[in-house]
Each structure stands twice: as C-alpha cells, then as structure tokens.
Design a binder for this molecule. Structure first.
Ligand SMILES: [Zn+2]
Length: 94
C-alpha cells in the first residue's frame, strides 16, 4: 500500500492509501464525498513499515540523546560463575 495525495475542491488536501499502480486519477473525498483529483507527488514507499520506522526512530533518538543511567547496566543480576547444564561437562577443558 502506498500513500497518495488528493485534493478536494471543498476540503483541501488529504492522503489516501492504495496498492501501487492502482490509485485512480479521481476519487471521492472521505469527508464530503465530492470529487477530488490526485496530486503528483513522490510516492511514500520509502518509509517502511511501522515497526521498522519505530526501530529506526528509537535508534536515532538513542544516538542523539542517549539514555542516562545511574548505575552500571546489568549489575543487579549476575550469571552463575559455573554452569550447571549437564552437557557442558563434556566440553573440552583447557
Ligand atoms: Zn471534500
């Protein structure tokens, strides 16, 4: 689905989503039902999906304004020094 821009003569510009290549040249306005024409704009296909966009925004925000912490991360819980998994006994020893 791609976002296309339309302009209603009564209500002004609005966006509508259609599969790529299926957007009509004229559509009915979602508010007044009047005829509106499609505007020539760059297709909005480069923005990606919502989870992808949120991940990119979160990464960008952490690079620009990193989270401030008051203690060393991970200091509250430590992994056991010796593993208790039975298969780990078979591993070669130094
Ligand atoms: Zn309208």
């Amino acid at each position: 689905m791609t976002t296309y821009a339309f302009r209603c003569q009564e209500c002004g510009p609005y966006d509508a989503r259609f599969p790529i290549g299926t957007a009509p040249d004229r559509a009915s306005c979602p508010e007044c039902g009047g005829s509106s024409v499609r505007l020539i704009t760059a297709p909005g296909i480069g923005r990606g999906s919502d989870p992808y966009r949120r991940a990119v925004e979160r990464t960008t925000a952490s690079a620009d304004a990193p989270q401030v912490v008051s203690s060393v991360p991970g200091s509250g819980r430590r992994a056991p020094a010796v593993t208790t998994h039975p298969l780990h006994r078979r591993l070669p020893r130094p």
